[in-house]
Design a protein around this ligand. Structure first.
Ligand SMILES: *Cc1c(COP(=O)(O)O)cnc(C)c1O
Length: 403
């Protein structure tokens, strides 16, 4: 098979932390990107659920250009006009109280873990413990890696941080058993839909059950919405399908539509835990990032992107199921809104390059789950194009390989 790019890119001066797809991307527009050789790709990955508004959205570009020419960064020593409006916008849409801003998902989760420990210490618990989940992914710092439920990404970085109790998803009884009589538990921490772990949604009933348990025991309910939040499932935040509110909610990925922005949103029980000096980060809350987040939210509302994510997601899920179910090798098609996983019975990382050659960008996570997290501006025609490009690749791959 020929290389998708005329000149395979090499980066001898870059640490080889990623086995990149051999494509050198040049520019994008909407849900499409082009490589330096002029080949066009439909982007069903969106920078891993980051490019909410697709590429080069004219309104976002205009706002960012204006901001770059005005102020990019001033540090947290001073006020600037964009922090409070974005914080207020997030509080309004989540029903929570206040926000700490940072620049990435792991940073948001790290802040959540610190909030939980502070919550415990303020109650006189010297060695607080936090419940986390099998197959969870919370980031690559030492603490968030320790909270992550994937031994593969932990290997080589021990000793891990302790103070975590691990349970399976969607099993309230297991959670009760794992915490029974333990006075050191301070929080329960999960993704409303596990992303990197293979697109596994937590049941609405389960989430509501954990909320009740947290209330009964005075634990913080902390929901990592870094990937599934910001409108991707058709509601602002995926936990809203369960009609509950968390106490702590980390956000990042889609929040700035490509500009690095992270945030931890806190409800009444966690909003006053951090006091001056307790936490901070240099880049957090800078004017460029705040402007990106605020403009992204405004555009999402003006363009009805929550409803669009729900509609196109439903269409994709139904059609993909119709095309793929019954094929030997296809286990499940699942997800919510524009966060969809197709689980096969075998490792299928090769599909990433096969699909790229067919003009479709996507990822494979947890070895055997094809993940679609396209921009929320995806049109019906583009959804159909994803199906038309993906299904023949899956069929051919299953024909040529064995479980
Ligand atoms: C991507 C992701 C993270 C980590 O975010 P980074 O910005 O890569 O640090 C944390 N939690 C979830 C659920 C994620 O999907």
């Amino acid at each position: 098979m020929s290389h998708p790019s005329a000149t395979p890119p090499t980066e001898p001066h870059v640490m080889p932390t990623y086995a990149r797809v051999p494509i050198m991307l040049s520019h994008g527009r909407g849900c499409r990107v082009w490589d330096v050789d002029g080949r066009e790709y439909l982007d069903a990955l969106a920078g891993i659920a980051v490019n909410t508004l697709g590429h080069a959205h004219p309104r976002l570009v205009k706002a960012l250009q204006e901001q770059v020419g005005r102020l990019i960064h001033v540090s947290n020593y001073y006020h600037h006009p964009w922090t409070e409006p974005l914080a207020a916008a997030l509080c309004e849409r989540s029903g929570l109280d206040n926000v700490f801003f940072c620049s990435s998902g792991l940073e948001a989760n790290e802040a959540a873990l610190k909030l939980a420990r502070k919550f415990g210490h303020d109650k006189g618990i010297a060695r607080p413990e936090i419940v986390v989940y099998e197959r969870a992914f919370h980031g690559r710092s030492i603490a968030t890696l320790s909270a992550t439920g994937n031994p593969k990404v932990q290997a080589g970085f021990e000793p891990l941080v302790d103070g975590f109790i691990r349970v399976p998803i969607n099993d309230l009884e297991a959670l009760r058993r794992a915490t029974a009589g333990n006075p050191n538990v301070v929080a329960v921490f999960f993704e409303a839909i596990q992303g990197e772990g293979g697109v596994h949604p937590l049941d609405a009933d389960y989430i509501a059950g954990v909320r009740a348990l947290c209330d009964a025991h005075d634990w913080l309910l902390m929901i990592d919405e870094v990937q599934c939040g910001m409108g991707r499932t058709g509601k602002w935040f995926a936990h809203q399908w369960a009609n509950i509110r968390p106490d702590v909610m980390p956000l990042a990925k889609g929040l700035g539509s490509g500009v690095p922005v992270g945030a931890v949103v806190a409800g009444p029980r966690a909003a006053r835990l951090f006091q001056p000096g307790n936490h901070g980060t240099t880049f957090g809350g800078n004017p460029l990032a705040m402007r990106a987040g605020l403009e992204t939210i405004r555009i999402m509302e003006d363009e009805g992107l929550l409803a669009n994510a729900a509609t196109q997601g439903e269409h994709l899920l139904t059609q993909l199921w119709a095309e793929l179910h019954g094929l030997p090798g296809v286990r499940e098609v699942r997800g919510k809104g524009l966060m969809i996983g197709i689980e096969l019975d075998r490792p299928c990382g090769d599909l990433v390059l096969r699909c790229a050659r067919a003009g479709l960008l996507l990822s494979v996570t947890a070895e055997r789950v094809i993940r679609l997290v396209p921009p929320l501006i995806l049109s019906r025609a583009e959804a159909d194009e994803i199906i038309a490009k993906l299904v023949p690749q899956v069929r051919a791959f299953l024909d040529e390989t064995h479980a």
